[in-house]
Write a protein that binds this ligand. Sequence first.
Ligand code: SAM
Ligand code: SF4
Length: 325
Amino acid sequence: MTGLSDSFQRPIDYLRISVTDRCNLRCIYCMPAEGIRLMSHEDILSYEEIYTVAEAAAELGINKVRITGGEPLVRAGLPKLVQMLAQIDAIDDISLTTNGILLARYATELKSADLRRVNVSLDTLKQDRFKYITRGGNLGEVLEGIEVAKSVGLNPTKINVVVMSGINDDELLDFATKTITEEWHVRFIEHMPFGEDTNASSFVSVDEMRQRLAALGELEPCSFKGNGPAKYFRLPQANGTIGFITPVSEHFCFHCNRLRLTADGKLRPCLLSEAEIDLRQPLRNGISSAKLKRLIKKAAANKPLQHQLAKGCVPQGRPFSQVGG
Ligand code: SAM
Ligand code: SF4
C-alpha cells in the first residue's frame, strides 16, 4: 500500500489539528466550569511549527486537514494558518470545526484564505438552553455565523448536534425540520463519555434518534461530502441532509483514517486512547524532515484497532477541548 497506513492496513490520510485549548464557551459535556489548567503561549505550537508538521504529513499521504480546538477562532490570525496550509500542494481539503460564535466576523477572511467548509457545533435552537449548555453563550451569534458562512461559500456548512437525553433530545424534530425549511445539513452525534463527564444517563443511541425522527417521514439514504464516519439521509422534500455519527453504539474504528495533533504538539493516534507522541520538543530541537516523518509513521503504526468505551475505558487525561473532538 502506498501512502501512510497503520498496522491494521487502514490508510491514514486525514489530520485534525487543534490550534488552542482555549474556548469562549464552556459546554457542559466538554469543559469543566472552572479550574481547568490552560496551556501557556510557549506550550502551544506556533503556526510555523504546525505548518512543518502538516507539510511532512502531506509528504507521507495526508491530504485532508481539519482545524479544531478548543475554539479555533479565538486564536489570533487563524486565517493566516489556513493560508499557509493551503500552500501545501498535497492538501486539497481544509475545513474547520467551530462553535460559531466568531464565525460571522471571520468567515469572509477564512474563505479568501482557501478554507473549503465549516462544521458548526450547535446543540439547541433555544436561547435559554443554549446559555445553559454552553454556560453563557449567545445563540444569535451562532445563527448569524451559520448564515454568513453559507453566504460566502463555506459549503457545505454542517451543523453538529450532540444529542443528550433530558437536555436537548426534545429538539430532534426541530433540527430535522431545518433540513427542509433552510436546507441545513444537520449531523446528530452520540454523546461520548470523556474525562470527568461520564454521565451515561444522558446517552441517546442513533437507533432511538431514528425512531423518533420517523414522525417526519422516511429517511432516504444519500451520499454527501465528508471525510468522516457519518451516514447521511434525506427527509422527503428536503434539500438539506441528516447525518448520524455513532461513536458509541456502532463504532467506526475499522474505517478510521485520522491522526490528531494537539495544540501542545502531541500526535495522538486515537481520540479515545491516551497514547501520544511528542513532536514539540523535537521540532524545537531542529528535527530533520526525515526524522519527523519517522515519528508521524510511528504514531500511525501505534493506532489501536478500536476504542474500549464498551469495556468502560474512558480517557481521563485531558478534557475533550484539549484533544479537538
Ligand atoms: N470549539 C469547537 C466546537 O465546539 O465545534 C471545536 C472543538 S469541540 C471539542 C469539537 C466537537 O467535539 C464539537 O462538535 C463538540 O460538540 C464535540 N464534543 C465535545 N465533547 C463531546 C462529547 N463528550 N461527546 C460528543 N461530542 C463532543
Ligand atoms: Fe468550547 Fe467546543 Fe468544547 Fe464547547 S465543545 S466548550 S465550544 S471546545
